[in-house]
Ligand binder design. Sequence first.
Ligand code: ADP
Ligand code: ADP
Length: 222
Amino acid sequence: MIRFDNVSKRYGSGQDALSRVSFDVARGEMLFLTGHSGAGKSTLMKLIMLMERPTQGQVFIDDRNLNRLSRRHIPYFRRKVGVVFQNHQLLFDRTVFDNVALPLQIAGYQASEVGRRVRAALDKVGLLSKERHNPIMLSGGEQQRVGIARAVVNKPPLLLADEPTGNLDPELSADIMNLFEQFNEVGVTVMIASHDLALLKRMNKRVLGLSGGQVAHDGVLP
Ligand code: ADP
Ligand code: ADP
């Protein structure tokens, strides 16, 4: 699902944010990405989302070489990748329903299809009863669930999450991790950036550890 082949990324004149990074993620895998601040986690995710381009090397997503993706195909490609942010980036002047509907409206789905899919996504995260609420009325954990519903409403084969539990207490973090595992169980490939060591150990999944822009660890933590 994801292949990095000798990928380096240098911003401006600075040092390499990533240097010679190679790894593979199989379809249907769930793994974590970790490393100290500045290790290159965000850069790695931005390369997958086509928000940045590698300086060297190649990134393949779902067997597509992103270097060869034409501009015209970028919007279609982006729909394959659901993204969950730490601060969830919800719009507080719209309802929960409208926040989740946004990616579908951008993609041009018909209203009836939007309604069906949004309700299915809200149902999966346990928030169907709050579709008419403004997200500002919801708890932090619920807001994060809305962010997850929005990320999966397109049914992307790949789900990326950048510190999705960064602002949540351990109990809510566990709930959110359960949700990611549920999506993973139905075949979605899931990659989660986190530097919560306790969480990484508890989850007992593959951990890709970055240090100074290089892969310093790849495997389940001891
Ligand atoms: P992490 O997400 O692990 O904190 P980043 O990928 O954000 O790491 O950053 C890796 C390195 O690249 C850091 O040294 C950071 O300062 C640098 N960097 C990140 N984004 C940019 C940018 N847009 N311009 C210049 N340097 C950047
Ligand atoms: P994170 O908390 O994910 O590590 P940062 O706080 O490092 O993110 O960076 C926030 C934003 O600023 C990101 O978009 C990153 O690419 C950008 N950035 C990080 N370092 C630099 C830098 N040295 N120069 C310019 N932009 C940077």
